[in-house]
Design a protein around this ligand. Structure first.
Ligand code: GLA
Length: 456
């Protein structure tokens, strides 16, 4: 057996799935060579060290005691292992924050409206340890490159380093809320959330970063403040004029519940999710080339519609008032405003239907939201429309809609417990026949909001 085969077997014994074990083994080989060069030690010693770390991360168990049927390394273990491998020590603080599903309330948040979302059981984990040399070093599982920045500068990054704009944005935001920032540190992020798929990996990274920076500096502000820090980072550092939905749901999520946000306050509450509902995500992996510009354009059109209607935000006008004044608006602003005011009404109707346990009605409202996105807000795409049309033909699907900003990304379907992978594959096959590649399918559950996790 050669070294790669031996390492693959070891990783499998430690609980990794076969494909993941082979990848981990190849990474170990690469990292051992790098570490040997960096530390001027033999490759054998470097490998020995890495393996020790890997095994230690299994919380002290010896490889022999671990059954072959164990699940893959948990994200926490993966984070600790990678932190050791890259920074040569363990994290002092670990945090995690979930991605989110936008259940209903499309582009209502920055219009002062209401929205319902769910934190999911996938997210981003951050490990952090202080440094004394005034350097901030950022690493992730997605790249071998460590981004090394001075602590006395906060500049927007581009290219390979652009993912660090989310934690850097949080560092820029904290003082705006009267909070201190840590100086130097080593930072590592790992995730089980598909990136760029409309599940808001950016908010998950902001929230996990914010909690880590706060924990390491011994500050414990109210959850609402942490959520606002995340949004501020996105608005003022990353430069997206988003509302509070993504950070609010990631921050206030609760398993088996939806988060209800009245974005005017903002006020956050949770409502129970009927136990017999399931969520399926169909990620198209498509993204409009101009997605950020299009999001900003919708934001501008909504603000302009509000101005022309003489209100400060579209939430201040009812569907009936709008109908009476719609003819005075230019066609584009009229359509955008109609989507927003009707969508806010749909959020209220959905809340009522959920409280009555009426999943059929809830599903119909979800699909109605999609139709409004298609025709009025024009933030859907042929791929998203196709998925919704195919999904709602399937038995067991209550309703489906695009989730998040739109212009690509993912569709969410709410189903009964009978809907299964076989039925999901019928939809995936039809999609592949039409668009040439299958969507990524995730069955997700609701999960808890962002939290500090023990690092020891
Ligand atoms: C993105 C934004 C949110 C919200 C949704 C659309 O996810 O980040 O603030 O506007 O789009 O509802």
């Amino acid at each position: 057996m050669n070294e790669l085969e031996q390492l693959t077997r070891l990783c499998a014994n430690l609980g990794a799935e076969p494909a993941a074990a082979a990848t981990m083994a190849a990474q170990l080989q690469k990292r051992a060579t790098q570490l040997a060069a960096e530390r001027k030690i033999t490759r054998e010693a470097a490998m020995h060290y890495l393996l020790e770390v890997l095994v230690k991360a299994r919380q002290g168990e010896s490889p022999e005691s671990i059954s072959m049927n164990r699940p893959a390394l948990s994200l926490r273990e993966k984070l600790i292992t990678r932190f050791h491998a890259v920074f040569g020590r363990g994290p002092a603080v670990i945090t995690r924050a979930p991605g989110r599903i936008e259940f209903i309330g499309n582009h209502t948040d920055y219009n002062g409206g209401t929205v319902l979302g769910a934190a999911i059981d996938r997210g981003i984990w951050v490990g952090l340890a202080p440094r004394e040399d005034g350097r901030r070093r950022f690493a992730s599982e997605l790249s071998e490159t460590v981004i090394d920045l001075p602590a006395d500068q906060l500049e927007k990054q581009t290219g390979e380093a652009s993912w660090t704009n989310y934690p850097l944005g949080v560092l820029a935001a904290l003082p705006e809320f009267g909070l201190r920032v840590p100086e130097g540190f080593d930072f590592m992020a790992v995730a089980d959330l598909p990136l760029g798929s409309g599940l808001s990996s950016s908010a998950a990274l902001e929230m996990s970063s914010a909690l880590a920076f706060l924990e390491i500096t011994g500050q414990h502000p109210e959850r609402e403040t942490v959520v606002k820090v995340g949004r501020y980072a996105e608005n003022h550092f990353v430069g997206v004029p988003c509302g509070i939905l993504d950070q609010g749901v990631s921050g206030f999520g609760q398993k088996d519940h939806l988060v209800f946000i009245d974005c005017r306050g903002p006020e956050f509450a949770v409502v129970p999710m009927p136990a017999e509902a399931r969520f399926w995500i169909f990620n198209t992996h498509t993204k409009h080339a101009l997605v950020d510009g299009l999001y900003a354009a919708r934001h501008r059109e909504c603000m302009e519609a509000a101005r022309l209607l003489g209100v400060s935000q579209l939430v201040d006008i009812s569907p009936e008032q709008l109908a009476a004044k719609a003819a005075t608006l230019p066609p584009v602003e009229a359509k955008r405003a109609k989507h927003i005011v009707e969508e806010i009404a749909r959020v209220a109707a959905t809340k009522t239907a959920l409280a009555a346990g009426d999943l059929k009605k809830t599903g119909a409202l979800l699909t109605a939201s999609q139709r409004s996105s298609q025709t009025l807000f024009e933030n859907s795409t042929p791929e998203l429309d196709f998925l919704v049309d195919e999904l709602i033909k399937q038995p067991g699907v209550f309703g489906a809609r695009l989730t998040g900003g739109g212009f690509g990304g993912a569709v969410m379907a709410m189903t009964d417990t009978q809907f299964n992978d076989e039925r999901a594959q019928v939809v995936a096959k039809a999609y592949a026949a039409r668009f040439g590649s299958a969507p990524e399918i995730l069955q997700t559950r609701t999960g808890d909001g962002a939290a500090v996790v023990s690092a020891s």
